[in-house]
Ligand binder design. Sequence first.
Ligand code: BGC
Length: 741
Amino acid sequence: MEQKQLENLLGELSLEEKAGQLVQLMGNFYETDVEAVLTGPGKNLGLTEENIRLAGSILGTYGAKTLKKIQKNYMEQHPHHIPLLFMMDVIHGMKTIFPMPLAQAATFEPEMTEKCAAAAAKEAAASGLHVTFSPMADLVRDARWGRVMESCGEDPYVVGKFTEAQVKGFQGEEPGAPGKVCACVKHFAGYGAPVAGREYNTVELSEHTFRDFYLKGYEAGIKAGAGMVMTSFNTLNGIPASVNKKLMRDILRGELGFDGVLISDFAAIQETIAHGYSENEEKAAQNALECGVDIDMMTGVYAGNLAELVRKGVISEELLDESVLRVLELKNRLGLFENPYKDASENEEAKLLLCESHRALAREAAAKSFVLLKNEGNALPIKPKKGQKVAFIGPYVDRKAIISSWAITGDTDPCVTIQEAAKEIFDASNTVYLEGCPILDHGYAAHAFRRDDEKEYTPEEEEALLREAVAAAKEAEIVILPLGEHFLQSGEAASRAMLDLPEVQMRLLRAVSEVNHNIVTVLFSGRPLDLREVSRYSAAVLEVWFPGTEGGHAIVDVLTGRTEPTGRLPISFPYSVGQVPISYNAYATGRPDDPNGTDKFKSRYLDIPNEPLYPFGYGLGYTKFEVSPVRLDCGQLTNAARLKAIVTLKNTGARTGTETLQLYLQDVSASVVRPVKELKGFKKVTLAPGEEQEVSFEICEEMLRFLRADGTVGSEPGKFRVWIAKGSTQGAPVEFLYQER
Ligand code: BGC
C-alpha cells in the first residue's frame, strides 16, 4: 500500500478503531480452542466485546492453520478489514531450539547466531508469525537475575554484536520478505540491572554507566534496523521505563532515531500504577502514549481509555494518530495489506520445523557454545574404546528438558539426550547410564515448579539411587556427571540468591568423588554458578548451558573430541555470590588490591579473592596456543589514521584447534575514569599443529569514545594500553598515544 493510502485509511478510522490498533491480546480471546502461552499475569482485563473485535495484534499463539483462521475471521468482521499482527517470543528457536542466547554469545561467533536466527525466522514465518519478541539486548552483570540466560552477557561490545546478528538473522534485508520476521529489541532500558538481581526490581544507573555500557546493545539492534522495540518493566532512575519521557522520546526516538513500533512489555503500562507513578489507568494510558509507547500488551488500559482521553481533550488526536500510523506502517512493511497470511503455510511447516538442516545447525551451534572450564590431566577428550568402563551418572543423563524456559514454542520430545547420543558411540556392554539423584531438593521454590512434571522420590528411593551410582562409579574408569540447574531455575521470574547446584546433586558429586577421581562434570545452567566445589571434585568441567534440541549429540561430540570446545565465557563466573554484580570492565579504585601484599587498607574482601573463579573471555580447548607480545605498526593513533596491533598466534599442541583472540583497550587517564580494560574486537583463528599466523586488529578513534565529563560523547587524546589475549585476565599490554590531527 502507498503511504498516502495508509494515511487515508488512518483518516477513516473512528477513535475506538484507532485505539484498537494499539491493543494487543492473546490468541485465546479469538479462538477458544487455541492454546495460548501466557508469559505474564493472567487476569480479567475488563475488556468489552468491541475492544476485542478491534484489537490490532495478537501474542502468544502460533501455527499456520490457527493463525490463518484467526486472521480470516478477524478481518471479515473488522470495519476496515485491517489485518492483525501476530507476535510471539521466538527467542532461540521456534521448534528447532538452538542454544540459549548467553550460550550463543559464548561462541564468539555472531555469524553463527545470524544463521540460527535466520532458521528460527523461517520456522516462525511458516507458523504464521510476523514479529518475534527478540533479541533481548539487556546487559547483565548479576548472575542472580534469572534472565541472564536470555542475555549476551556482561560486555557491551559482545552484546552489541550478537544483538545485531539476531536482528539481521530474523529480518534479513527486509522483514516483509518471505521467511523473515520483524525483530523486537528489548527491554528498553536497563532491565538487566535490577537491584540485588531480583526480578522486576528498581534500576538505578548513572548516566555514565547507562550510556557507556547498558545502552550499547539496544543501540546496535536499532542500527541494524529492528522494526520494533519493547519497553522494560523496571523503573530507571526513579521513573518506570514504560512512561519515561527522557528514555522514550529523547533517547530512543531522538538520539537513536528509532521510528518503528514501540510496544510495552506485558502489562507494563498498567504496572506504572503499582510502581507509584501513574495515579490510575487513565493517567497510565496518557503517560505511556505521551512517551510514544504504541502498543499496550495484554491490559485494558489503552482499550479502555485512549478514545475517551482524546474526546476529553487530555491528549490530542494527532498524538494518537502518530502511534496508530506506526502500527499501520509496520503492517504495511510486512506486506499484510496485500497478503494478511504472509508465509503461514501448513506445508512449509511440515517441511521446515525440525528439518535436518536446522537440526544440524543446532548441533553445530551447541557444540561451539560449550566452554571447557577445567581439564586436568587432559581428562577430555575421551576416546571411546571397546572394553572401557564408562559411567554416565546424574539427573541430566537422560533428560529431555534441555531447551531453557525461554523456548516456549519448543518441545522437549524431539530433544536428543546425552544417553541417546552416547549410545550411538559408547560400548554398550561397558557403559552404564544412571540418574543418580533427583534434579531438585525437596520443596525447592514450590511455587515456581509444576511438581507433577518432576518425579518425586521418597528418601529411601533417593538413597537407593545414590548407592547404585556410587557402586557404578567405583567400577568405572571414567565418570561423566551431567548435573545442573532445573530449566525453570532461570528465565523470567527466576532470580536466585544462591548460585549453587541443588544440595541433592552436590551430595551425589561428593559421594562419587570419594570412589573415583576421574570425573567429568557436564554442567547445565542458565547462569554463571559458584563452581568452587564442583571444580574441586572434577577433573574436567564442561559448561553446556541449555543447549537446545541437539544438546545430547553436541555434548557427546565434544566429550569424544569429534568437535573441539571453542566457547569462551561471555560473562564472569563469580568466585561466590558475594562478588556480584561483577564484570571484567570495572573501574580501578584508588587502592587497588595487591593479592600478595600485606597492607590492610586495600580494596578487597577479607574472605574471598576479588577475581572471579572463571573470568570473562576464558575457556580451554583441546590444544595449546601461544600468543606473542603485541606489536604496533606505529606508536601513535590519530583521528585521521588507524593503528594496527599485531600478534603471532601459534598452535603448540598436537591437534588442530581454534583460539579466540580478544582485543582490549584501556584509556590510561581521562576526564572521567575509564574501565581497567574494554573489549573492542575478537577473532577466531583455526590452526593446525605447529602452525603459526599473524593476527592483527585495527584500532580507530571511534573505539576510544565515551561519555565525557562535559556530557558529550567523544574521545580524549592521551596514553592508551592495548592487549591481544586469550581472555580478559591474560597477556601483557603495550602503550600507544592518541593525538587529534
Ligand atoms: C517478557 C517479555 C516477553 C513478553 C511476551 C514478558 O513477560 O518480559 O520479554 O516478550 O512477556 O511474552
